[in-house]
Design a protein around this ligand. Structure first.
Ligand SMILES: NC(=O)c1ccc[n+]([C@@H]2O[C@H](COP(=O)([O-])OP(=O)(O)OC[C@H]3O[C@@H](n4cnc5c(N)ncnc54)[C@H](O)[C@@H]3O)[C@@H](O)[C@H]2O)c1
Ligand SMILES: [Zn+2]
Length: 370
């Protein structure tokens, strides 16, 4: 047998910017012209964002001399799937888009993940720009280059790491965002504050009413801090080998209930239930104090999260689905554990994933559905 070695050079490091301001979409043509040159742009969005922001954006890009098309798909998590990915790809092929096209992912996390995945796979990868329009997408899903779709077996099980050329955050986009969607997104910032920044968790709690009233300064402050924290995690562990699982805190249980609800329970609300159960797991294991657990539980009530929603699911179904979690292997599920508000636990080897026995997980869920 003859063995030949293939030794590839490491890829050059990628650097790109996150631009953030009120009214920034007005400057989009100018920003695009400063990025990697593209022969044409394809806005991918959902049917709701198309009407509010997509159609006006097409007009303004055309007016500034850019070649632009818009393709859309029906809004909602249930459409973040392989069928939509394939349909969008076919539409781009029909429009004869080449490798010199650039995708503009305009929308919430569903659009960002799906359009980003189209960008990652179209002709083996073309450039794209994330333009998050939901709070959740601004603070979380647009940051970090994870793109992909759900499958009948579970969430985000197919995807890629594919970073955009830029991320453009225009807080004015939030003007039309329904209150429920705002809370939904706030739960992802609460998640990152609970694991990394106690003072911002307290800040969010204290200013909750003004945040819900969409005070732009407050929203801007929370979004900027959540983005900053997530960038830190992504830079330290881009490929999700250890620390990046901390941004999935609350998601082991959260993804399970989201899936079991047939995606009727929104992602952020599902994660909030996951935060409750996973905080309880940490407390049952003697890692998180009773006092901190109670603060988190009380705050979730203030944040309009109803822990009784957990009663809608069978414990055995939740536990079964956690085995599909990407952090699991050999039938064992790894959890991120909270040491105190603002700090996730590392083991002696510096690892953030901790195997937790099923009995503790079941006791934690039972605590909320008694
Ligand atoms: N890639 C990642 O790292 C990552 C991280 C966190 C979450 N996610 C994914 O993000 C998704 C959830 O994102 P989401 O909550 O934004 O969902 P979404 O994209 O479904 O948006 C929520 C709803 O808000 C509407 N909307 C969006 N922007 C709007 C605006 N400006 N005005 C009015 N309506 C608007 C959408 O049409 C949709 O109906 C999940 O699929 C989750 O898995 C991915
Ligand atoms: Zn999430």
């Amino acid at each position: 047998m003859k063995t030949l070695a293939i030794k590839l050079l490491p890829p050059p490091p990628k650097q790109y910017s996150i631009f953030m301001a009120q009214g920034l979409l007005k400057s989009l043509p100018k920003i695009l012209k400063q990025l990697k040159p593209a022969a044409r742009y394809v806005i991918i969005t959902d049917n709701i964002v198309k009407k509010i922001l997509g159609d006006p954006l097409v007009k303004s890009l055309k007016k500034s001399g850019l070649t632009v098309d818009l393709i859309s798909f029906p809004a909602g998590e249930k459409n973040k799937n392989e069928k939509t990915h394939s349909k969008l790809t076919q539409q781009m092929l029909a429009k004869k888009c080449g490798r010199d096209a650039m995708i503009l992912a305009l929308g919430g996390g569903v659009v960002g993940d799906t359009a980003g995945y189209v960008a990652a796979t179209y002709m083996r990868g073309i450039p794209y720009v994330q333009i998050p329009t939901s709070f959740l997408a601004m603070v979380d899903s647009s940051i970090g280059g994870k793109v992909g779709v759900d499958t009948p077996q579970g969430k985000n099980l197919i995807g890629a790491f594919w970073h955009p050329e830029a991320i453009i955050v225009d807080i004015d986009c939030l003007k039309n965002l329904p209150r429920e969607q705002l809370i939904n997104g706030l739960m992802e910032s609460v998640k990152i504050f609970l694991t990394y920044d106690k003072s911002f968790f307290e800040f969010t709690k204290k200013n909750w009413k003004r945040v819900l009233a969409k005070n732009p300064q407050l929203l801007g402050k929370i979004i900027a801090r959540a983005i900053e924290l997530k960038i830190g995690v992504v830079v330290r562990d881009e490929h999700d080998l250890n620390e990046r699982m901390v941004v999935n805190w609350g998601h082991t249980i959260g993804h399970a209930v989201e899936h079991l609800s047939n995606y009727k329970l929104l992602h952020g609300y599902s994660v909030a239930l996951g935060i409750l159960v996973e905080s309880k797991i940490s407390q049952l294991l003697g890692i998180l104090s009773e006092k901190d657990f109670q603060i988190i539980r009380d705050t979730m009530v203030q944040f309009d999260i109803d822990e009784k929603d957990l009663q809608k699911f069978k414990i055995s179904d939740i536990v079964k689905l956690t085995l599909m979690d990407k952090k699991s292997g050999n039938g064992k599920v790894k959890y991120v554990l909270l040491e105190k508000i603002g700090k996730a636990k590392k083991d002696a080897r510096g690892m953030f994933g901790h195997e937790v026995d099923q009995k503790t997980v079941i006791s934690a869920i039972k605590f909320f559905i008694k």
